[in-house]
Structure formats: C-alpha cells, structure tokens
Design a protein around this ligand. Structure first.
Ligand SMILES: [Zn+2]
Length: 76
C-alpha cells in the first residue's frame, strides 16, 4: 500500500494493480471521483484509483465504474 501525501493535505491510497502512472516522475493529477462514488458517498476505502492516460491523472471510482469522469475515457 503506497501512501501519497499531496500538497492539499489529502492522503490518497493507490491500489497498485489498477494504477499505472507510466513514466510519471511528477505527481499525478487527481481528477476527482466518478459519479457513482459521488452519488453514493462511497467511503474512500471502497473507491478504486484509475489512471486516465488522456487526462494524465488519477480518478477514483466506486465498484464497477470504469469511465473517467472528466473525459469519459474507458481504456486507461
Ligand atoms: Zn480522462
């Protein structure tokens, strides 16, 4: 379990198998939560981090959410 502390003070956990920050030496952009996670008020522990290669950032989805909430990319 990797813990990344951002300048905003939020602590985010990155599930290693679902996030692939390819060549990312600089901190990844946090895109926010997917609609399901937002609507359901999912606890942070139950959201899964996804890498979006279009936005070059990470967004958090709940359960089966697979599309980036920013651009709709479903392919990572
Ligand atoms: Zn995106």
């Amino acid at each position: 379990m990797t813990t990344v502390r951002l300048t905003v003070g939020a602590v985010l956990r990155f599930p290693q198998s679902r996030v692939s920050p390819v060549g990312a030496k600089k901190p990844a952009k946090i895109l926010g939560l997917g609609p399901m996670a937002t609507v359901l008020g999912a606890p942070e522990e139950q959201t899964i981090g996804h890498w979006c290669s279009r936005c070059r950032g990470i967004w958090y989805g709940y359960l089966l959410e697979v599309a980036c909430p920013v651009c709709g990319n479903r392919h990572g």
